[in-house]
Design a protein around this ligand. Structure first.
Ligand code: GLN
Length: 474
């Protein structure tokens, strides 16, 4: 099957070339066929999806207007709630938790007529870079089944890459949309912090979390971002992003020297540099810049994130949500439930976070990390006085093999070295496929990251779209 964009599917629906039910059925069949092997979905709602498709067909038959997202088959990461649906966050602790309401993003997609096929796999509570931390088994990379799809939104990225849905939603706390997008060869966009409501997202680290699209092309990602963004009374941190005139002329691109040093796979580096060269050939001005505090990004992230995780995950006490282990006392109930139902990575981060927030260590770790966070943000502010966007690799390596990093948390954490900066500073950033490398006979995708200034989301998107235009014309 040839990949179809949202606009192309919309056209087919409008011209009645295919019905929404036919389209939905073809994606459900693709899931039936491919997902036994890939395991991108944790649950699929055939009936619900077909019912929604039928509604769209009725609208079309009556000649009613439908929007671009009407009838578009979606996957939703299983840490975003969908009313009446199980929402597990890939954790045993929420194995039987059924969501009593729709997340704002889900409500917006439903209102736009999107067809939700099911919930996609992730690392438990979105903690990880490979989906190996899912309590329900890892997802495989469609480009090489022996390799990870990235994480934590690995299910969403793999589902889009394997054409089991047109697009999917993911969440990004330290890179969880962009890194799996890069590993699976699709587009992944995380907006400015607050541009998309977090209401109904199972919180990981609230000051870093952003919901965003994974899609096959930049335009699809833009259409979805348009639909899900906006101020929301249910999320006090949400903001309105202006859709200003797009910047595509005389683009000034900053290349941070700190991001091209040691530790990058040479093929990844070559692809990314090749992509930047394309921009240069097409009139962009390339300029070396410096983000002097970038080297502290991972350290800051791995203090702030676990601190927030330890607070956010306190609510899973065996009483309020999901699993419950019977015990003689209340404290024993907490202990037994949490010990039995949280996986190792989640427990590691809760322990780290309670430590960094404990009296005596709070100033040395949490407060100091908040200060360095400001310095990192200032670095970006200074850079965006000189350039419009910053380009970097998304990940230092190509997709790795299962088990390659799961025994060594620090090597796993290093896969986030280029992505965490945008989260720490709250900036919009996109991952787009920019080339292929050959590893052991398999073609594996490489991603280019484009980071923009706060609120410059549409600049990032339109500059990313330029690359697709270069590729089409070359
Ligand atoms: N891989 C990162 C981590 O393990 C990012 C996770 C995320 O963005 N949800 O924390």
């Amino acid at each position: 099957m040839q990949f179809l964009s949202i606009k192309q599917i919309h056209k087919q629906l409008m011209s009645r070339e295919r019905s929404s039910q036919e389209i939905t059925k073809s994606f459900l069949d693709a899931i039936g066929e491919k997902d036994k092997e890939i395991h991108a979905f944790l649950s699929v709602s055939e009936e619900g999806a077909m019912r929604q498709a039928e509604k769209i067909d009725q609208k079309i038959a009556k000649g009613e207007a439908i929007g671009e997202l009407a009838g578009i088959p979606f996957g939703i990461k299983d840490n975003i709630v969908l009313m009446g649906f199980r929402c597990t966050a890939a954790s045993k602790i929420l194995e039987n938790y059924e969501a009593p309401y729709d997340a704002t993003v889900v409500k917006k997609l439903k209102d736009a007529g999107a067809v939700i096929l099911g919930k996609t796999n992730l690392d438990e509570f979105a903690m990880g870079s490979s989906t190996e931390n899912s309590a329900y088994g890892a997802t495989k990379n469609p480009h090489d089944l022996e390799r990870v799809p990235g994480g934590s939104s690995g299910g969403s990225a793999a589902a889009v890459a394997a054409e089991m849905c047109v697009a999917a939603l993911g969440s990004d706390t330290g890179g969880s949309i962009r890194q799996p997008a890069a590993f699976c060869g699709v587009v992944g966009f995380r907006a400015t912090y607050g541009a998309v409501s977090r209401y109904g997202l199972i919180a990981m680290a609230s000051s870093l979390d952003v919901i965003g699209p994974l899609a096959r092309c930049v335009e699809d990602a833009r259409i979805i971002f348009d639909a899900i963004r906006g101020k929301d009374t249910f999320d006090a941190t949400s903001i309105e992003i202006k859709n200003e005139k797009l910047k595509t002329k005389n683009v000034r691109i900053g290349i941070p020297k700190e991001y091209f040093g040691e530790g990058i796979d040479k093929d990844v580096k070559k692809s990314v540099e090749g992509a930047i060269k394309k921009y240069e050939e097409n009139g962009a001005k390339i300029q070396e810049i410096s983000l002097p505090h970038a080297e502290y990004g991972l350290a800051v992230y791995y203090i702030l994130m676990p601190s927030e995780v330890s607070a956010n995950l306190a609510r899973y006490d065996g009483i309020r949500y999901g699993a419950h282990e019977e015990a003689d006392s209340l404290v024993e109930t907490y202990r037994k439930t949490r010990e039995k139902c949280f996986g190792n990575e989640v427990r590691r981060r809760i322990m780290l976070g309670t430590y960094t927030l404990s009296s005596g260590y709070y100033d040395a770790y949490y407060v100091r990390a908040e200060k360095v966070r400001m310095l990192i943000k200032q670095d970006f502010d200074n850079a965006f006085r000189l350039v419009d966007v910053i380009m970097t690799p998304v990940t230092p390596t190509v997709p790795f093999r299962f088990g390659e990093k799961s025994k060594d948390p620090v090597s796993m954490y290093l896969s986030d070295m280029f992505t965490v900066g945008a989260n720490i500073a709250g900036l919009p950033a996109i991952s787009i496929p920019c080339g292929w490398t050959l590893k052991e006979g398999k073609k594996l995708p490489v991603g280019l990251q484009i980071i923009g200034g706060e609120g410059r989301d549409y600049d990032v998107i339109s500059i990313a779209q330029m690359f697709e235009i270069f590729q089409k014309s070359s």
